[in-house]
Design a protein. Sequence first.
Length: 171
Amino acid sequence: MFKMKLYTKISLILLISFFAGLTGCVKEEQYPLEPIIEFGGFATMKDISGRDSIGAVTISYTDGDGNIGLFAWDTVEPRKYNYYLKFMQYINKQLVEFKPSDTTITFNARIPLLTPVGRNKNIKGDITNTIELYFARQLLQSDTIAFEIYIKDRDLNASNVVETPLFVIKR
């Protein structure tokens, strides 16, 4: 009985030491200090008549110092927005920016504060932004659209620009 308890204790100590050694070897991922984004996907939601009403654009991001996101008091330029989206439509075999006649309408958005707590500030994740296609589809000259997207961190470092593929929407 004593030998069995001793073997159990020794096995447990060895097992704990083994796992502690493994976790010590795990390296933290390191990302550049400027945000990097990739296109993640595009989906639409339809209204009751079957036409595309809302678009959802997803990007993936990484940032080495975790300073993505705006504080609530960041409301004026250059920190009024930190997610920049250019809405494009395909006309005469080329992409042309869609600019609503109402100049107060923007497709830019605000990413909330994402800075992690703790020593390691590396972050990665997905951001999905919704776009109301209901109003835009009435003004569009084409049913084929695309987007150009980039983000900025609080140090105003701009990410790379992502150009999405073409999407056909049901108007």
